[in-house]
Design a binder for this molecule. Structure first.
Ligand code: ATP
Ligand code: MG
Length: 399
Protein backbone atom coordinates (compact mmCIF):
# COMPACT_ATOMS: atom_id res chain seq x y z
CA UNK A 1 0.00 0.00 0.00
CA UNK A 2 1.13 3.54 -0.67
CA UNK A 3 -0.09 7.04 -0.07
CA UNK A 4 -2.12 7.87 -3.13
CA UNK A 5 -3.51 11.32 -2.28
CA UNK A 6 -2.54 14.60 -0.74
CA UNK A 7 -5.19 16.49 1.18
CA UNK A 8 -5.02 20.26 1.36
CA UNK A 9 -6.85 22.22 4.06
CA UNK A 10 -7.68 25.82 3.27
CA UNK A 11 -6.54 28.83 5.26
CA UNK A 12 -8.88 31.65 6.34
CA UNK A 13 -11.88 29.39 6.71
CA UNK A 14 -14.03 32.27 7.81
CA UNK A 15 -14.39 33.25 4.16
CA UNK A 16 -17.96 32.80 3.06
CA UNK A 17 -20.19 32.80 0.01
CA UNK A 18 -18.85 34.24 -3.18
CA UNK A 19 -15.44 35.06 -1.68
CA UNK A 20 -14.96 31.48 -0.72
CA UNK A 21 -15.61 30.35 -4.25
CA UNK A 22 -13.12 32.87 -5.63
CA UNK A 23 -10.60 31.71 -3.04
CA UNK A 24 -11.02 28.03 -3.89
CA UNK A 25 -10.99 28.55 -7.65
CA UNK A 26 -7.84 30.67 -7.50
CA UNK A 27 -6.11 28.20 -5.19
CA UNK A 28 -7.05 25.37 -7.54
CA UNK A 29 -5.60 27.31 -10.45
CA UNK A 30 -2.39 28.14 -8.54
CA UNK A 31 -1.88 24.53 -7.44
CA UNK A 32 -2.47 23.33 -10.98
CA UNK A 33 0.00 25.89 -12.30
CA UNK A 34 2.70 24.93 -9.78
CA UNK A 35 2.23 21.23 -10.49
CA UNK A 36 2.37 21.55 -14.25
CA UNK A 37 5.43 19.29 -14.36
CA UNK A 38 3.33 16.46 -12.89
CA UNK A 39 0.82 15.76 -15.64
CA UNK A 40 -0.48 12.58 -14.00
CA UNK A 41 -1.96 14.28 -10.93
CA UNK A 42 -5.66 15.10 -10.66
CA UNK A 43 -6.77 18.00 -8.49
CA UNK A 44 -10.26 18.14 -7.03
CA UNK A 45 -11.59 21.04 -5.00
CA UNK A 46 -14.34 20.68 -2.46
CA UNK A 47 -15.95 23.24 -0.18
CA UNK A 48 -13.72 22.50 2.77
CA UNK A 49 -10.58 21.02 1.25
CA UNK A 50 -8.77 19.99 -1.90
CA UNK A 51 -7.46 16.58 -2.81
CA UNK A 52 -4.68 15.69 -5.19
CA UNK A 53 -4.77 12.23 -6.68
CA UNK A 54 -1.10 11.35 -7.19
CA UNK A 55 -1.45 8.69 -9.89
CA UNK A 56 2.10 7.56 -9.19
CA UNK A 57 3.71 11.00 -8.76
CA UNK A 58 6.25 11.39 -5.94
CA UNK A 59 4.24 12.57 -2.91
CA UNK A 60 7.15 14.29 -1.18
CA UNK A 61 8.00 16.35 -4.27
CA UNK A 62 4.42 17.55 -4.44
CA UNK A 63 4.23 18.37 -0.75
CA UNK A 64 7.47 20.36 -1.10
CA UNK A 65 5.90 22.48 -3.82
CA UNK A 66 2.51 22.91 -2.17
CA UNK A 67 4.01 24.05 1.13
CA UNK A 68 4.88 27.35 -0.54
CA UNK A 69 1.52 28.05 -2.11
CA UNK A 70 -0.40 30.74 -0.24
CA UNK A 71 -3.92 29.90 0.90
CA UNK A 72 -3.03 26.48 2.24
CA UNK A 73 -3.39 25.92 5.96
CA UNK A 74 -1.97 22.41 6.14
CA UNK A 75 -1.32 19.33 4.02
CA UNK A 76 -1.36 15.61 4.65
CA UNK A 77 -0.49 12.51 2.77
CA UNK A 78 -3.59 10.37 2.53
CA UNK A 79 -4.67 6.88 1.58
CA UNK A 80 -8.05 6.52 -0.05
CA UNK A 81 -9.93 3.29 0.61
CA UNK A 82 -13.40 1.93 0.20
CA UNK A 83 -15.71 2.33 3.16
CA UNK A 84 -14.96 -1.05 4.63
CA UNK A 85 -13.38 -2.03 7.88
CA UNK A 86 -10.68 -4.35 6.55
CA UNK A 87 -9.37 -1.84 4.05
CA UNK A 88 -9.40 0.98 6.60
CA UNK A 89 -7.55 -1.14 9.17
CA UNK A 90 -4.83 -1.97 6.68
CA UNK A 91 -4.43 1.68 5.64
CA UNK A 92 -4.38 2.94 9.24
CA UNK A 93 -1.64 0.49 10.14
CA UNK A 94 0.38 1.56 7.12
CA UNK A 95 -0.05 5.25 8.01
CA UNK A 96 1.12 4.63 11.58
CA UNK A 97 4.13 2.56 10.58
CA UNK A 98 5.22 5.17 8.06
CA UNK A 99 5.96 7.69 10.81
CA UNK A 100 9.32 7.30 12.51
CA UNK A 101 10.00 7.27 16.23
CA UNK A 102 6.42 6.93 17.34
CA UNK A 103 5.68 5.90 20.87
CA UNK A 104 2.08 7.01 21.25
CA UNK A 105 -0.88 7.49 18.94
CA UNK A 106 -4.52 8.34 18.88
CA UNK A 107 -7.25 7.52 16.35
CA UNK A 108 -9.82 10.15 15.38
CA UNK A 109 -12.70 9.07 13.19
CA UNK A 110 -15.10 11.44 11.47
CA UNK A 111 -18.11 9.62 10.13
CA UNK A 112 -19.59 11.85 7.45
CA UNK A 113 -21.32 8.90 5.83
CA UNK A 114 -24.00 7.84 8.30
CA UNK A 115 -24.60 4.65 6.29
CA UNK A 116 -21.30 3.37 7.61
CA UNK A 117 -22.42 0.86 10.25
CA UNK A 118 -20.04 1.67 13.11
CA UNK A 119 -20.20 4.99 14.99
CA UNK A 120 -17.07 7.15 15.30
CA UNK A 121 -16.30 6.44 18.93
CA UNK A 122 -16.61 2.68 18.55
CA UNK A 123 -14.59 2.75 15.37
CA UNK A 124 -11.74 4.62 17.15
CA UNK A 125 -11.53 1.64 19.50
CA UNK A 126 -11.74 -0.93 16.72
CA UNK A 127 -8.90 0.67 14.79
CA UNK A 128 -6.90 1.46 17.95
CA UNK A 129 -7.04 -2.20 19.00
CA UNK A 130 -5.94 -3.28 15.53
CA UNK A 131 -2.95 -0.93 15.63
CA UNK A 132 -1.92 -2.04 19.13
CA UNK A 133 -2.09 -5.67 18.13
CA UNK A 134 0.06 -5.21 15.06
CA UNK A 135 2.83 -2.98 16.41
CA UNK A 136 5.34 -3.18 19.24
CA UNK A 137 6.20 -0.66 21.95
CA UNK A 138 3.47 1.72 20.87
CA UNK A 139 0.65 2.81 23.16
CA UNK A 140 -2.41 5.01 23.02
CA UNK A 141 -2.31 8.54 24.36
CA UNK A 142 -5.46 10.51 23.69
CA UNK A 143 -4.15 13.76 25.15
CA UNK A 144 -0.71 14.23 23.62
CA UNK A 145 -0.11 11.57 21.02
CA UNK A 146 3.02 11.57 18.85
CA UNK A 147 0.78 10.76 15.90
CA UNK A 148 -2.90 11.23 15.27
CA UNK A 149 -4.41 8.88 12.72
CA UNK A 150 -7.39 10.58 11.09
CA UNK A 151 -10.08 8.51 9.48
CA UNK A 152 -12.48 10.53 7.42
CA UNK A 153 -15.39 8.39 6.27
CA UNK A 154 -17.23 10.16 3.48
CA UNK A 155 -19.91 9.06 1.07
CA UNK A 156 -18.18 6.73 -1.37
CA UNK A 157 -14.66 6.74 0.10
CA UNK A 158 -12.57 6.99 3.25
CA UNK A 159 -9.38 9.03 3.60
CA UNK A 160 -6.74 8.01 6.15
CA UNK A 161 -4.05 10.53 7.09
CA UNK A 162 -1.39 10.86 9.76
CA UNK A 163 1.25 13.64 9.74
CA UNK A 164 0.20 17.19 8.98
CA UNK A 165 2.57 19.58 7.28
CA UNK A 166 1.97 23.27 7.91
CA UNK A 167 1.13 25.26 4.77
CA UNK A 168 2.23 28.81 3.99
CA UNK A 169 -1.08 30.37 5.14
CA UNK A 170 -2.37 33.62 3.69
CA UNK A 171 -4.61 34.00 0.64
CA UNK A 172 -4.10 32.52 -2.84
CA UNK A 173 -2.06 34.86 -5.03
CA UNK A 174 -4.46 36.53 -7.44
CA UNK A 175 -7.42 36.93 -5.09
CA UNK A 176 -6.44 40.47 -4.05
CA UNK A 177 -5.62 42.08 -7.38
CA UNK A 178 -2.26 43.27 -8.62
CA UNK A 179 0.38 45.63 -7.30
CA UNK A 180 3.58 47.10 -8.74
CA UNK A 181 6.42 46.42 -6.31
CA UNK A 182 9.29 48.89 -6.18
CA UNK A 183 12.08 46.39 -5.93
CA UNK A 184 15.56 47.57 -4.97
CA UNK A 185 18.46 45.27 -4.22
CA UNK A 186 18.01 45.84 -0.49
CA UNK A 187 16.64 43.68 2.28
CA UNK A 188 13.27 45.33 2.72
CA UNK A 189 11.48 45.50 -0.61
CA UNK A 190 11.57 41.74 -1.33
CA UNK A 191 10.07 41.10 2.09
CA UNK A 192 7.38 43.71 1.36
CA UNK A 193 6.63 41.89 -1.90
CA UNK A 194 6.42 38.56 -0.12
CA UNK A 195 3.97 39.92 2.48
CA UNK A 196 1.77 41.47 -0.19
CA UNK A 197 1.74 38.18 -2.09
CA UNK A 198 0.80 36.34 1.07
CA UNK A 199 -2.32 38.48 1.25
CA UNK A 200 -3.28 37.34 -2.23
CA UNK A 201 -1.70 40.15 -4.25
CA UNK A 202 -0.16 39.31 -7.59
CA UNK A 203 2.91 41.42 -8.20
CA UNK A 204 4.92 42.88 -11.00
CA UNK A 205 8.20 44.57 -10.08
CA UNK A 206 9.84 47.80 -11.15
CA UNK A 207 13.52 48.56 -10.68
CA UNK A 208 15.37 51.84 -11.25
CA UNK A 209 18.76 51.22 -12.69
CA UNK A 210 21.47 53.82 -13.35
CA UNK A 211 24.25 52.39 -15.47
CA UNK A 212 27.20 52.88 -15.42
CA UNK A 213 26.85 54.03 -11.80
CA UNK A 214 25.05 50.80 -11.02
CA UNK A 215 26.44 47.59 -12.48
CA UNK A 216 25.01 44.62 -14.34
CA UNK A 217 25.57 42.63 -11.15
CA UNK A 218 23.24 44.91 -9.23
CA UNK A 219 20.59 44.40 -11.88
CA UNK A 220 21.09 40.63 -11.77
CA UNK A 221 20.67 40.77 -8.04
CA UNK A 222 17.23 42.30 -8.44
CA UNK A 223 16.27 39.63 -10.98
CA UNK A 224 17.44 36.95 -8.53
CA UNK A 225 15.30 38.49 -5.81
CA UNK A 226 12.32 38.55 -8.16
CA UNK A 227 12.95 34.89 -8.92
CA UNK A 228 12.70 34.08 -5.22
CA UNK A 229 9.39 35.90 -5.06
CA UNK A 230 8.17 34.04 -8.12
CA UNK A 231 8.54 30.83 -6.14
CA UNK A 232 5.58 31.92 -4.05
CA UNK A 233 3.26 32.47 -6.95
CA UNK A 234 3.33 33.07 -10.65
CA UNK A 235 6.14 34.38 -12.79
CA UNK A 236 7.11 37.98 -12.08
CA UNK A 237 7.54 40.69 -14.72
CA UNK A 238 10.38 43.01 -13.78
CA UNK A 239 10.30 46.44 -15.42
CA UNK A 240 13.83 47.78 -15.59
CA UNK A 241 13.85 51.55 -15.85
CA UNK A 242 16.95 53.31 -17.23
CA UNK A 243 17.14 56.09 -14.68
CA UNK A 244 20.58 57.60 -15.28
CA UNK A 245 19.73 60.68 -17.33
CA UNK A 246 16.91 61.73 -15.07
CA UNK A 247 18.96 61.23 -11.94
CA UNK A 248 21.86 63.21 -13.35
CA UNK A 249 19.59 66.10 -14.19
CA UNK A 250 17.97 66.06 -10.77
CA UNK A 251 21.39 65.88 -9.17
CA UNK A 252 22.57 68.83 -11.24
CA UNK A 253 19.57 71.10 -10.96
CA UNK A 254 17.93 70.52 -7.60
CA UNK A 255 19.48 71.85 -4.38
CA UNK A 256 21.25 68.90 -2.86
CA UNK A 257 19.24 68.64 0.32
CA UNK A 258 16.16 68.09 -1.85
CA UNK A 259 17.47 65.94 -4.67
CA UNK A 260 16.61 62.69 -2.94
CA UNK A 261 13.04 63.78 -2.32
CA UNK A 262 12.59 64.75 -5.96
CA UNK A 263 14.19 61.52 -7.14
CA UNK A 264 11.80 59.49 -5.00
CA UNK A 265 8.87 61.46 -6.31
CA UNK A 266 9.95 60.71 -9.86
CA UNK A 267 10.20 57.03 -9.02
CA UNK A 268 6.60 57.07 -7.86
CA UNK A 269 5.44 59.09 -10.85
CA UNK A 270 7.09 56.67 -13.28
CA UNK A 271 5.74 53.69 -11.35
CA UNK A 272 2.27 55.13 -11.60
CA UNK A 273 2.57 55.43 -15.39
CA UNK A 274 3.79 51.83 -15.69
CA UNK A 275 1.08 50.59 -13.33
CA UNK A 276 -1.63 52.29 -15.36
CA UNK A 277 -0.28 50.81 -18.59
CA UNK A 278 -0.48 47.37 -17.00
CA UNK A 279 -3.90 47.82 -15.37
CA UNK A 280 -2.32 47.62 -11.94
CA UNK A 281 -4.19 49.50 -9.22
CA UNK A 282 -1.56 50.01 -6.51
CA UNK A 283 2.14 50.38 -5.74
CA UNK A 284 3.99 48.45 -3.01
CA UNK A 285 7.23 49.60 -1.36
CA UNK A 286 9.59 48.37 1.34
CA UNK A 287 9.41 51.59 3.31
CA UNK A 288 9.56 51.29 7.07
CA UNK A 289 9.19 54.22 9.43
CA UNK A 290 12.36 55.78 10.75
CA UNK A 291 14.93 53.65 8.94
CA UNK A 292 16.54 56.24 6.71
CA UNK A 293 16.17 59.89 5.75
CA UNK A 294 13.49 59.18 3.18
CA UNK A 295 11.34 57.43 5.74
CA UNK A 296 10.52 60.18 8.18
CA UNK A 297 6.91 61.32 8.37
CA UNK A 298 7.77 64.65 6.69
CA UNK A 299 9.66 62.91 3.93
CA UNK A 300 6.89 60.45 3.20
CA UNK A 301 4.44 63.34 3.15
CA UNK A 302 6.49 65.23 0.57
CA UNK A 303 7.19 62.16 -1.55
CA UNK A 304 3.70 60.71 -1.45
CA UNK A 305 2.05 63.98 -2.48
CA UNK A 306 3.18 63.34 -6.06
CA UNK A 307 0.58 60.61 -6.56
CA UNK A 308 -2.97 59.75 -5.60
CA UNK A 309 -2.26 56.09 -6.28
CA UNK A 310 -2.73 53.75 -3.30
CA UNK A 311 0.64 52.77 -1.85
CA UNK A 312 0.92 49.57 0.13
CA UNK A 313 3.71 49.55 2.71
CA UNK A 314 3.61 46.14 4.37
CA UNK A 315 6.72 46.91 6.48
CA UNK A 316 5.78 50.37 7.68
CA UNK A 317 5.62 49.42 11.35
CA UNK A 318 7.85 46.36 11.42
CA UNK A 319 11.18 46.35 13.25
CA UNK A 320 14.32 45.82 11.21
CA UNK A 321 15.19 42.64 13.11
CA UNK A 322 11.86 41.09 12.24
CA UNK A 323 12.26 42.10 8.58
CA UNK A 324 15.70 40.46 8.49
CA UNK A 325 14.29 37.35 10.10
CA UNK A 326 11.61 37.05 7.42
CA UNK A 327 14.17 37.74 4.68
CA UNK A 328 16.19 34.81 5.98
CA UNK A 329 13.15 32.56 6.14
CA UNK A 330 12.08 33.26 2.57
CA UNK A 331 15.59 32.97 1.18
CA UNK A 332 16.03 36.55 -0.06
CA UNK A 333 18.52 37.60 2.62
CA UNK A 334 21.68 36.02 1.13
CA UNK A 335 20.91 37.74 -2.18
CA UNK A 336 20.12 41.09 -0.57
CA UNK A 337 23.40 41.26 1.30
CA UNK A 338 25.51 40.75 -1.82
CA UNK A 339 27.45 43.97 -2.29
CA UNK A 340 25.87 46.31 -4.81
CA UNK A 341 25.42 49.91 -5.77
CA UNK A 342 21.94 51.30 -5.42
CA UNK A 343 20.89 54.03 -7.80
CA UNK A 344 19.69 55.94 -4.78
CA UNK A 345 22.86 55.74 -2.76
CA UNK A 346 25.07 56.65 -5.71
CA UNK A 347 23.36 60.02 -6.06
CA UNK A 348 22.39 60.57 -2.47
CA UNK A 349 23.69 63.88 -1.17
CA UNK A 350 25.77 63.91 1.98
CA UNK A 351 23.03 65.57 3.96
CA UNK A 352 19.56 64.91 2.56
CA UNK A 353 16.82 66.90 4.25
CA UNK A 354 15.16 64.66 6.77
CA UNK A 355 12.23 67.06 7.01
CA UNK A 356 11.66 68.31 3.47
CA UNK A 357 8.90 70.86 2.97
CA UNK A 358 6.38 70.04 0.30
CA UNK A 359 6.04 73.63 -0.94
CA UNK A 360 9.79 73.85 -1.47
CA UNK A 361 9.83 70.54 -3.30
CA UNK A 362 7.11 71.60 -5.70
CA UNK A 363 8.76 74.98 -6.17
CA UNK A 364 12.09 73.39 -7.15
CA UNK A 365 10.38 70.92 -9.41
CA UNK A 366 8.41 73.62 -11.20
CA UNK A 367 11.70 75.16 -12.33
CA UNK A 368 12.85 71.91 -13.83
CA UNK A 369 11.60 70.35 -17.05
CA UNK A 370 12.02 66.59 -16.93
CA UNK A 371 9.55 65.78 -19.69
CA UNK A 372 12.23 64.89 -22.24
CA UNK A 373 13.99 62.52 -19.81
CA UNK A 374 10.64 61.06 -18.80
CA UNK A 375 9.56 60.30 -22.38
CA UNK A 376 12.93 58.84 -23.24
CA UNK A 377 12.99 56.64 -20.18
CA UNK A 378 9.45 55.37 -20.62
CA UNK A 379 10.31 54.32 -24.14
CA UNK A 380 13.30 52.35 -22.98
CA UNK A 381 11.93 50.31 -20.12
CA UNK A 382 12.86 46.67 -20.51
CA UNK A 383 10.65 43.94 -19.13
CA UNK A 384 12.25 40.72 -17.94
CA UNK A 385 10.00 37.85 -16.89
CA UNK A 386 11.43 35.59 -14.21
CA UNK A 387 10.14 32.22 -13.13
CA UNK A 388 10.49 30.60 -9.75
CA UNK A 389 13.21 28.01 -9.59
CA UNK A 390 12.50 25.52 -6.85
CA UNK A 391 15.44 23.28 -7.57
CA UNK A 392 17.78 25.09 -5.19
CA UNK A 393 17.79 24.88 -1.43
CA UNK A 394 14.83 27.16 -1.00
CA UNK A 395 13.75 27.73 2.57
CA UNK A 396 14.80 24.36 3.83
CA UNK A 397 14.29 25.27 7.46
CA UNK A 398 11.34 27.61 7.20
CA UNK A 399 8.80 25.33 8.79
P1 ATP B 1 15.30 48.36 0.69
O1 ATP B 1 15.95 47.54 1.78
O2 ATP B 1 14.06 47.73 0.14
O3 ATP B 1 16.29 48.80 -0.36
P2 ATP B 1 15.71 50.70 2.19
O4 ATP B 1 15.58 50.44 3.64
O5 ATP B 1 17.06 50.74 1.57
O6 ATP B 1 14.78 49.67 1.42
P3 ATP B 1 15.10 53.16 0.79
O7 ATP B 1 16.41 53.15 0.11
O8 ATP B 1 14.60 54.42 1.39
O9 ATP B 1 14.98 52.11 1.97
O10 ATP B 1 14.01 52.66 -0.21
C1 ATP B 1 12.66 52.62 0.17
C2 ATP B 1 11.88 51.84 -0.86
O11 ATP B 1 11.96 52.49 -2.13
C3 ATP B 1 12.46 50.46 -1.11
O12 ATP B 1 12.03 49.54 -0.16
C4 ATP B 1 11.93 50.16 -2.48
O13 ATP B 1 10.58 49.76 -2.42
C5 ATP B 1 12.02 51.52 -3.15
N1 ATP B 1 13.29 51.65 -3.90
C6 ATP B 1 14.45 52.18 -3.49
N2 ATP B 1 15.39 52.11 -4.46
C7 ATP B 1 14.81 51.53 -5.53
C8 ATP B 1 15.25 51.16 -6.85
N3 ATP B 1 16.48 51.40 -7.27
N4 ATP B 1 14.36 50.58 -7.66
C9 ATP B 1 13.10 50.32 -7.25
N5 ATP B 1 12.64 50.65 -6.04
C10 ATP B 1 13.47 51.23 -5.17
MG1 MG C 1 17.70 50.31 -0.27
Amino acid sequence: MLYDHILIRYGELSLKGKNRKVFINQLHENVRHQLKDFPSVKIKSGRDRMSILLNGADPQAIIDICRFIFGIQSLSLAIKTENNEVAIKEAALYALKEVENVRTFKVTTKRGDKDFPIDSQTFNHVIGAHLLKNTENITVNVHQPDVEIHIDIRKGATFITSARYPGAGGLPVGTSGKSLLLLSGGIDSPVAGYLAMRRGVKIEAIHFHSPPYTSEASKQKVLDLAEKLAEFGHEVNVHIVPFTAMQQKIHREIPHGYSMTVMRRMMLKISEVVAKQRNILSITTGESLGQVASQTMESMHAINAVTAFPIIRPLIAIDKNAIIQTAKEIGTYPISIRPFEDCCTVFVPKAPKTKPKLDKVTCFESQLDLSHELDELLENIKVVTVFGNKSDDLMQDLF
